[in-house]
Design a protein around this ligand. Structure first.
Ligand code: APR
Length: 232
């Protein structure tokens, strides 16, 4: 780890599992008992906005009640003392990286604690509910939806992510199944840019064979050990 200066870290639902937030690809293929098409697509929202608003109201409440675990805190520790470039790209919509002390975080799939007004394009931090149709604080219209990137929508800040990947010395992936693109393609992009790649996951993922090294175990154990190693 001695020659490493610029790091890009991709995190997925596995890093928040030990904080009590469920991962997506459970054996039943449901997300919190719903088919993904019902609650995580623009079509699902158009079909039944009330169901989707209630679903994210519940996710928001669950996130507010959850606490960062040792893996989030270790990355917070890394962020506080790492003098090179660091970008934590998370697919997670929770704010546990931030509450674990990390600042250099990019939410490529949006955030549960943010809402987006489709009338005036404003975004607001939101800890309450949307099911009751509150007006947008900026324009007064009732047109706010969760600020979440649904299937079929473009993830946020892809140019910034690929730029960071191209200039990285190490790409680290933590707790993601490698099932959803474009995030699942980051390891390939890193390899083609000559970047070292390391995966920390509970079990082998769909992309494991593409990594230089995979370490299997719980994020709360593997991530603090890796941070100790890299801070040396
Ligand atoms: N420590 C480390 N890894 C874990 C842990 C743990 N304690 N618990 C589970 N995992 C691993 C699982 O083995 C799995 O490989 O985390 C991964 C979680 O995979 P998914 O549930 O598919 O979550 P993720 O990869 O983040 O999903 C990507 O899919 O539904 C969409 O937009 C949603 O951002 C999400 C995207």
């Amino acid at each position: 780890m001695r020659d490493i200066r610029n790091i890009v870290i991709l995190t997925g639902a596995g890093i928040s599992a030990e904080s009590g937030l469920r991962t997506f690809r459970a054996e039943d293929g449901l997300w919190e008992d719903h088919p993904v098409e019902e609650v995580a697509t623009p079509e699902g929202f158009a079909r039944d906005p009330d169901l989707v608003q209630r679903f994210y109201d519940e996710r928001r409440a669950g996130i507010l009640a959850a606490r960062p675990n040792a893996a989030h805190e270790a990355l917070g520790r890394l962020d506080a003392s790492w003098e090179g470039e660091l970008l934590i790209v998370t697919q997670n919509i929770d704010d546990l990286h931030e509450r674990g002390g990390a600042d250099r975080v990019l939410h490529m799939h949006g955030e549960a604690l943010s809402v987006w007004c489709t009338a005036c394009d404003a975004r607001h931090r939101w800890t309450g509910t949307l099911r009751d149709g509150p007006p947008c604080p900026s324009c007064g219209q009732v047109a706010m939806r969760p600020d979440i990137v649904w299937f079929g929508e473009m993830p946020y800040q892809m140019d910034r992510i690929f730029h960071a990947l191209s200039g990285a010395d190490l790409f680290l992936s933590i707790g993601t199944s490698g099932a959803v693109y474009p995030a699942a393609g980051f390891v390939q992009h890193a390899r083609e840019s000559g970047v070292r790649t390391l995966e920390l996951n509970l079990e082998t993922s769909l992309g494991s064979r593409l990594f230089d090294e995979t370490r299997l175990g719980r994020a709360s154990e593997l991530v603090p050990l890796w941070v100790d190693e890299v801070l040396g």
